[in-house]
Design a protein around this ligand. Structure first.
Ligand SMILES: [Zn+2]
Ligand SMILES: [Zn+2]
Length: 147
């Protein structure tokens, strides 16, 4: 039995106050158009997803968490440069959404779909031909990159 070796991915915020390393598998990227993501990211938000146990915070000097009450989730951001890095549902699945734009090198990932398109901004088109979901994808896009 051979264990597949997955090279780590690293990333961080603009100022370097938050740096992280992902050691396990990462899901391909899902773009969220919900209003809350738009407000905090300034635009649609693109996330990969990883097991929380595979995410190691190397530097978290300026990491802070904003409690988003609708739904009940936590958004990890840099309080110095304002980067939006993490989205944590704390739903017991042990996953963490990581903003794909904060990865140092994202070439192994591709975008696989769009969620919450019913809340998309009116100033852009979603026309890449990928699957679109009015709200969540109900697991349709989640292979979680694991197992
Ligand atoms: Zn920063
Ligand atoms: Zn969202």
């Amino acid at each position: 039995m051979t264990e597949k070796v997955i090279p780590p991915l690293t990333g961080g915020c603009l100022c370097g106050g938050v740096r992280y390393r992902i050691d396990g598998p990462r899901r391909d990227v899902i773009v969220c158009h919900c209003e809350n993501c738009r407000r905090t990211h300034g635009h649609q938000a693109a996330y990969t997803s990883v097991a929380q146990s595979d995410l190691e915070l190397l530097v978290q000097e300026t990491l802070d968490w904003y409690h988003d009450s609708s739904p009940d989730t936590w958004r990890g951001f840099c309080r110095r440069c304002g980067a939006s890095l993490f989205w944590d549902a704390r739903d017991g699945r042990g996953r963490m959404a990581v903003s794909a734009g904060t990865l140092d090198d994202s070439r192994e990932l591709k975008t696989i779909g769009h969620v919450f398109v019913s809340e998309a901004g009116h100033y852009y088109a979603i026309d890449d031909g990928l699957p679109q979901f009015e709200t969540g994808n109900g697991g349709a896009l989640e292979d979680d990159g694991s197992s």
